[in-house]
Design a binder for this molecule. Sequence first.
Ligand code: FAD
Length: 420
Amino acid sequence: MSGDCDLLVVGAGAAGISAARQAMSFGLTVRVLEARGRVGGRALTDPAVPMDLGATWLHAAQSNPLVPLAEARGLALFDHDSVRSSRVWMGDRWASDADMEGYDRAEREWHAAVMLAAARGGVRSLGDAAPRGGFWDATLTHWEGPVISAAEAQDIDLDDYLATLLNGTNLLPRDGCGHLLSVLAKGLPITLGAPVERLCWGGRRVRAEGAFGAVEARAAVVTVSTGVLASGAIRFDPALPVESAQAVHDLPMGLLSKVGLRAAGDDRLDLPSFGGIERRLEPGERAMTFVAWPFGRDHLEGFAGGALAWELAREGEGAIVDLAFSELRGMYGARVDRALRREGAVASSWGTDPWSRGAYAALRPGRGGARAALSAPIGEGRLMLAGEACHESLAGTLAGAWQSGARAAREAAAALGLAA
Ligand SMILES: Cc1cc2nc3c(=O)[nH]c(=O)nc-3n(C[C@H](O)[C@H](O)[C@H](O)COP(=O)(O)OP(=O)(O)OC[C@H]3O[C@@H](n4cnc5c(N)ncnc54)[C@H](O)[C@@H]3O)c2cc1C
């Protein structure tokens, strides 16, 4: 394959799809090269369950650009917050209403303490700002670190954690986020199974090379994860500017892994549809969290984040299934082995997948400015890096990736005089 176009887009995840759509709306000719045999990147819906193995919620729905796009295509969106419920295992019993009131109060105090630490200054990581010693503190720090941010609290920049807190409604596309992106990618000039191995950007044109051949363009938007950038899977020629390379280093990938376990019969473990399960933790403890029977479906979804997720990824396929059963056995005893079955379990593999190398990036403590540095035009705008890690407030989300891709396409086009 060879070819010429105005804008080359590397990667057909949220950022790449958005960049291509934006550039085409200016009338530019576009080519999208995607390494995998599918579009969507870190949004992937397993149609058999059905279940999202990557992105799941459309966060901050009020300002999420994917919400109107989904609605315009008649895709059903469900307000998860309207049915949210949670049970918390205390180690030997379920939390009572009084326990849950204490948990809610502790959560408010935890957030206030973190914000106060940031306002006072002198503290760089979320781990250093997070209160310790309170009955619920370890549970809350584990939730905000590994579960939400996919990284240990000690490894997360405090200011960036606060800047990327998500507010507003959380909507669930009934058919999945992966499905939504595949709908939005329809009709785009995407070549699948085309990993870019070398990207030359030193001349007047950019040139992508790989087993597919070569594609030349006036500008390129590269949307691969910081994990892929750090791996060297794409050889940039010349090498990326030192500021960009430093930003890649400052935004390492965290990991959030998901598993779906199918019901074996009618036992729903006394959990309602969308019923959440958490476990109260002692300092240093780690745990999985669960959401049961989404949309009344017959599977339960488990999540593992941060160091625990990386360990499970290294142990190999099946480790997260074993841990999910073991966690649930601690709460329900042998009943779990009758209620759930191992066959048909599905698990994500973002940690070992060479085209993601993690779930989403977390900013190293004290490295503020890296997201802006990662998004800065390179070679007078001939080369733009884009994707979730570039977004200053919606990092780690589909919406952030989407906006970043569109912005990169606009900037590349404007820099080259291709669009106003
Ligand atoms: C388990 C999990 C849960 C999540 N939950 C949510 C959630 O609930 N809500 C939310 O908004 N976000 C969530 N996210 C984050 C969200 O999925 C990402 O922020 C978003 O999908 C990133 O999009 P992107 O376009 O930046 O990158 P990607 O989706 O990674 O797209 C990059 C594309 O580049 C391709 N590529 C890589 N290397 C090459 C190469 N050499 N040549 C060509 N192509 C290449 C990849 O295959 C990929 O398709 C979650 C992520 C995970 C993993």
